[in-house]
Design a protein around this ligand. Structure first.
Ligand code: SF4
Ligand code: SF4
Length: 298
């Protein structure tokens, strides 16, 4: 029987993912996030709406996109390509015809049934590897109705589920997710709330409360710390973070190195580039600090 039609905006679907929870997984990346991390490497995931990016350095000004656009968003002026994205309907015609890969539509409206069908294709791999399905983003609970409905259907089909979350969500929503979520991959960005607000746009009291809530409810939790040079990699912050995490039921911790590969996407989307300049150094020193707090690293 087909499911009631609930749709979400998916940014991407990755099959055979091995970095988004245990085993072999299908990872669904959803659009929309309540945070604005300065180092975000997926700026296309921040807005919940569909978007189109223009990678100008890939454009050879051939003009092939001009006749295919139903809203005349592309024009050639003095043999130069000009683009006004305001009326774009995200039909994808220009992306398809552009041989230089200068155009990219971000976000596809997808039903729960369609996502479930994709997930079910790899069921045997999940079973053999101890894997399953991960909802990520952006923040998957930003599209609460879609994510909860998909998690519920996955559980009905006996599939292991993981939520990759920033935990800046209402506790009511998190509570609703508990029944259908086998594991939480929770980002923890800075211990100090004032610094957290400066770096991500939001304070972190809610995130800490939600982590305690998940821990008190015996959820399986993996903590993920994106280590950003000059932002959250000081020994003081790592000690404070370790001291906070040590009292929770945390299964494992993963440090995520920072890189600035996403820079081109900021300009393609006409977003201010907030990415820090330097890349992550060797993470071993940071691991050693956190190991003082009996945390297990992946
Ligand atoms: S089709 Fe692509 S390469 Fe050609 S003008 Fe349009 S954006 Fe530029
Ligand atoms: S996605 Fe469609 S509507 Fe938008 S600019 Fe390209 S061709 Fe035009």
């Amino acid at each position: 029987m087909d499911l009631p039609v609930i749709t979400g905006i998916l940014l991407d679907t990755k099959r055979f993912a091995v970095h988004d929870g245990p085993g072999i997984r299908t990872a669904f990346y959803l659009k929309g996030c309540p945070l604005r991390c300065l180092w975000c490497h997926n700026p296309e995931s921040i807005s919940p709406a569909r978007q189109i990016g223009l990678f100008e350095h890939n454009c050879c000004h051939c003009g092939d996109c001009v006749p295919v656009c139903p809203v005349q968003a592309h024009r050639m002026v003095n043999e130069k390509h000009q683009f006004s994205r305001e009326n774009c309907t995200f039909c994808g015609a220009c992306e398809e015809i552009c041989s230089g890969r200068a155009l990219k539509v971000y976000g596809k409206r997808t039903t729960v049934q369609e996502a479930l069908n994709i997930a079910l294709e790899d069921e045997s791999f999940y079973r053999e590897s101890g894997g399953g399905v991960t909802l990520s983003g952006g923040e998957p609970l930003f599209q609460k109705e879609f994510s909860l409905a998909l998690l519920q259907e996955l559980k009905k089909n006996g599939i292991h589920t993981a939520l990759d979350t920033c935990a800046f969500v209402s506790q009511k929503t998190l509570k609703e997710s508990l029944e259908f979520t086998d594991m939480y991959l929770v980002d923890f960005k800075h211990f100090d709330s004032t610094e957290h607000k400066r770096l991500t746009g939001q304070p972190n009291e809610l995130i800490k409360e939600n982590l305690k809530f998940l821990s008190d409810n015996h959820a399986r939790i993996e903590i993920r710390i994106p280590l950003i040079p000059g932002c959250n990699d000081s020994p003081e912050n790592l000690h404070a973070t370790g001291n906070f995490l040590k009292d929770l039921h945390i299964e494992s911790v993963k440090l995520l190195p920072y890189h600035s590969y996403a820079r081109a996407k900021y300009s393609a989307l006409q977003m201010p580039d907030t990415l820090p300049e330097s890349e992550s150094p060797n993470l071993q020193n940071h691991v050693e600090i956190l190991q003082n707090y009996n945390l297990i690293f992946l």
